[in-house]
Each structure stands twice: as structure tokens, then as C-alpha cells.
Design a binder for this molecule. Sequence first.
Ligand code: NAD
Length: 504
Amino acid sequence: MSTNTAHQMPADTGATYVVPGFGAKESFPIPTDLLIGDNWVAGSGEGRIEVLNPATGAVLTSIADATVADGMAAVDAAQAAAASWAATPPRARAVILQRCFHAMVEHADWLAQLISLENGKALPDARSEVMYAAEFFRWYAEEAVRINGDIGIAPAGGNRIMVQYQPIGISLLITPWNFPAAMATRKIAPALAAGCTCILKPAEETPLTALAVGEILRRAGVPAGTVNIINTSDPASVCSAILRDRRVRKLSFTGSTEVGRILLREASYNIINSSMELGGNAPFLVLDDADLDAAIDGAMIAKMRNAGEACTAANRFYVQEGIYPAFVDRLVEKMGALKLGAGTDAATQCGAMINGAAIDKIEMLVSDAVGKGARVRLGGKTPAGEGFFYPPSVLDEVPLNADLLREEIFGPVAAVVPFKDIEDAVRMANDTEYGLAAYVYTENMKLGLQLAERLEYGMVALNRGLVSDPAAPFGGVKQSGLGREGAHHGLLEFTEAKYIAVNW
Ligand code: NAD
């Protein structure tokens, strides 16, 4: 167990990555080492991790590979900064967060290009992500000065019940590759607003965006040690060691349910407060009376934002018999019109998948569904050539025993199932261990709201294809997670309620 041990800080390699095509005015070189304390350091790992461009398979650059010792050095740095950051006036914290917001907006095109390069998503998706990511800084700058407690009189009279929200302490933030900017800022911004110092562990596939955000934070005046960033090829050992250090008090994870389960076990060792944003399997219900145009527009956003690589992505379309043929025809037409290509190509609307394993999973789920009787109405076949591409695809009449109705496909494949009775649709929609987001299209608002209440999901979009908003509590029920991000709820996840019993 490490307790304030001073770890030797390895030297800075000065290695950086420069996004091609951007000058010094719109961009800056991105340090590719570890951010520990005030320094970008090489770390004690022997090798470096290669970062690939999923559209070509080519290596973009390499980044430092943190070891357990580097993880401990990051905890030391976070500990050294903790007291003074917690004591920094909320307004001063807010000013820094505002600067981060402006810096991200100012660098939006460059950051979008970077996200497209390392993640593969189409530039419009990347640009939306940058703006969404930046908004967390603005929102939490506003929330930083509103961490209000409360005070009441004990029911028996006599004493007062005072409740104050204090920073929870050093936080380990672990993020996935599908929204490399937004998943990081959705955690960093509330942690900083609440007065916590943190260690960010980004996904191996997309570390550069997180490193760019780290440099933005530094330039905006975030004090040394307040945000530390470590990339590693051995997340299990490094994160486990961090979680077993008693100085660490919070784990905030976004990723798969499978890894979330492992991390909850790791967090149980020191009873660490845990927020979990995990996998989804979103149903998209279209009732006979739905506005077809609106339902198709919503379906395109819910399915195709990020080429389907979103935890909130519509995975299963349940469409009522009366509107079913028209809905499927229109969906096939719209999905078929999307241009597949490298995310950085301005004409691209559907970018590359993250890696070969993602393509393998999609192929497996599609072939299972087709083998069980689903009809391929569009796509359904991996194109030849370089890069990790899968075309927009529509599978129709998907049988209820198909694996893709149970598993996240995480790709541009829409699985459509007809239904007659609304009760059957609700039952099918709820028949999953996941409970992140669900979508309903109907012109009958009374019925829509009743369905929204009955769907076992943390978020329900009614006549909308998008739920994400920094001002709204984002999160799931069942095996989709614990806790909420965004809104005031997201700030409270980084605080402890301190109850003070007072006589006066
Ligand atoms: P993943 O679970 O494989 O990895 C997520 C992160 O966990 C990465 O940083 C990875 O390095 C790290 N990790 C992996 N094993 C670890 C271990 N043993 N200990 C510590 N860290 C470990 O997920 P992914 O493939 O990067 O992302 C896709 C998944 O994320 C999907 O299931 C998606 O639904 C989910 N997701 C959820 C939300 C949400 O808000 N609920 C948002 C985005 C993505």
C-alpha cells in the first residue's frame, strides 16, 4: 500500500504529435507522454503504445506506456494538489473551467480532425462531439458556484441538521474510445468543479484527444497535479493498483458492462465510491400513429450518430405493423444514401469502426441474425480494402432469438422487428439486462408519457433521436450503470454529503 511515497519522476521525452494540416494559430503540438504533476514525463514503461488510424490501419504516432509505478506517481501528484485545489474558491475554479470551454471551442476544427484521425468517426460527428465535450466545462463552471447544502430542524426539535457537500477526494476516471473528448470532459469538469483532483486513464485506442484536452487544461491554468493523465497497455494492473491505494476515494468509469463488473470488484477492496456508465441495448419504438418523417429523422440520429458506436445507439427497432413497411423502406433509402469513408474526408457521413475486432463482432451478429431468418435489406457485407469499414445496413424481420437483439452491435446496423400489440413492444423492449436509453415515437403524448414511465431505462427520448445534454442527468439502470453524469447530479457524484448535527 502506497502512502505518500515520493516516486522518482522520469524525464520528459518532449515527444509530441502534430495534427497534419493545421498551423500554430489553430493548434499546438500534443505531448505524447504522461501528464503527472506539472510535467509531461516519459514514464517507466519500456515501450510505447502505437496509435492507429482506423481508416487506413496506419500508425499515427506512439505514446508513453504507464506502469504501476507511474500510476502511483500520479496518485502522489493528485494527493499533493488535493488540499489546495479543494480550498480554491469555487469562483476561481469556475474561471478556469470557463477558459477550458473557450479553448475547446476555439480549437474545435483541429480537435475534430484529431478525433476523426484516431477514432475514425466522420468529421461532422467529431465536431459535434467537440462542442458537446466543451459544454461540460461551461456547464460545470456554472455549477461550481452552486454546491449548496441545506439546513433543517431535527423532527424532535432542539438541534439543527446541517448538510454540506465536500469534495470526495482523489478520483480515478477511466474512459472509452467512442467519445474520446466528451467522456473525458464529462468526468474531469465535474471533478474539478467539486474540488477534486484526478487521474484520467483514457482508452488505448484514442489517447491523443485526451492528451490534447490535458494540454488545454494546463494552458487554462489548472494547477499542477490537479489533472493527471496516464495511458497504459496494462489498464488492469495499473488501475487495480490505483484503486488499492487508500488515498483514492472515487472511481468514475465509462465503458463496457464486462469491464465495469471487474472494476466494481476492484473498488470493493477499499469500498471506493463508484459511478458506472456502461453498455446499452436501446430499443426504438415506432407506433402506428407516429409522424413518419420525424421517426425516420430520429432513427437516423439514434442509429447513425458516430456510425452506431454509441452506448445510446438504437440497437433494436420495434415498429408497429401499420407503419412498418413505410418505415423500413424509408430507413433503407436514408441509410443507403450515406457516404462511407475515412472520417477525415469532408464528404464522409459514416466513418470507420474502431478496429478489426469491432468488424468481427458486427459480422458475427449479422450472420447469426441472417442464419436465423432475418432479411438483409441493405448492406450486410464488409467491403474489401484497407481500414476497418462496415457499410450502413438494415436487417428486416429480425427473429426474436437473434443475438443482436440482446447484444450491443456498436456499428451501423439497424435491426427491425415488427409488432402488433403495444404490450408486446413494451415487454420486448424491457427484456434485456441493459437499461440505458430508449426511444419512442408516437403522436399520442399521453400514451408516449405512459410508455416512457414503463420503459425500464435511465433515459427515454420521446419523439427525439438524441438524449445527450450536459444539463441533463445521463445514466442507466440495471446493468447499464450506477449514478448519473451531467446536470447537478453529475457534480454530486464527486462530493460526499457531510451531516453536521448542531445545537445552538
Ligand atoms: P471497455 O470496457 O473495453 O474499455 C473502457 C476503458 O476501460 C478503457 O479505457 C480500457 O482501457 C479500460 N479497461 C479495460 N479493462 C480494464 C481493467 N481490467 N481495469 C481497468 N480499466 C480497464 O470499453 P470500450 O470498448 O472502450 O467502449 C465501449 C463500451 O463503452 C460499450 O459497451 C459502450 O456502450 C460503453 N459506453 C458507455 C457509455 C455510457 O455513458 N453509458 C458511453 C460510452 C461508451
